[in-house]
Design a protein around this ligand. Structure first.
Ligand code: FMN
Length: 212
């Protein structure tokens, strides 16, 4: 089996598909589905959305200097697709998809109430790249739905059933394969007798207890 060589293109998949809300909660508002998005810095928290200038949302975001990234769950997949194939020039996507505009903490753009995570952003820079302009945004507020919060205040995002977009399709996430760092975590084999466990790791239980 060989390999076919394709012309250079954007084939990094899966990616998130997010619903970006923009405009003014009191006035004209819109939603655009965006797959070209991601985290670009941790501190300060920075993100981007790449948008074609011909999109209705483009001018709104450029004018207001604000946008909100709303993460998408399985329940929102249909609305996410709709917001990516219909223009705000022609339809009110909030009312058409029965989505609730919700007041932001910092920005005037509406959040989508039904989304479990709303990331409010202020545009810091617009980078012209070719087909798309990249709006680099600083995250100025994050709201999460109480629904996925446990009594200790821990947020269980994966319980909201997030989706991703891969090569033309929307997918749920499927089964979890591990957690951060699991590849290097020491395996605890509780069924083995203590002596054998010691032999396997080459570490003395005594030393471990002493913290050496
Ligand atoms: C899954 C998906 C991902 C998309 N990603 C982008 C994107 O990253 N950038 C972009 O400009 N358009 C993207 N689009 C297309 C816009 O969402 C679409 O043209 C939309 O109708 C524009 O809405 P508006 O005219 O109301 O702004 C995507 C569409 C879909 C369905």
């Amino acid at each position: 089996m060989g390999k076919s060589v394709w012309k250079p293109g954007t084939v990094i998949y899966p990616v998130p598909a997010v619903m970006v809300s923009c405009g003014d909660i009191e006035g004209e508002k819109n939603i655009i589905t965006v797959a070209w998005t991601g985290t670009i810095n941790t501190n300060p928290p920075m993100t981007y959305v790449s948008i074609r200038p011909e999109r209705h949302s483009y001018e709104i975001i450029k004018k207001t200097g604000e946008f909100v990234i709303n993460l998408v769950t399985e329940n929102l997949a249909y609305a996410c697709d709709f917001c990516g194939v219909r223009s705000g020039k022609d339809v009110d996507k909030f009312s058409e998809m029965k989505l609730t505009p919700f007041k932001g903490n910092v920005v005037s753009a509406p959040l989508i109430y039904e989304s479990p995570v709303n990331i409010e952003c202020k545009v810091k820079e617009i980078v012209k790249l070719g087909s798309h302009d990249m709006f680099i945004g600083e995250v100025v507020s994050v709201s999460v739905s109480d629904e996925y919060m446990d009594e200790t205040g821990k947020f269980h995002f994966n319980k909201s059933k997030p989706i991703c977009y891969s090569h033309g399709g929307y997918f749920g996430l499927g089964k979890q394969l591990g957690t951060f760092g699991y590849s290097v975590k020491k395996q605890k084999d509780e069924n083995k007798p203590k002596k054998e466990r010691w032999r396997k790791t080459g570490r003395k239980t005594k030393n471990k207890k002493e913290g050496k």
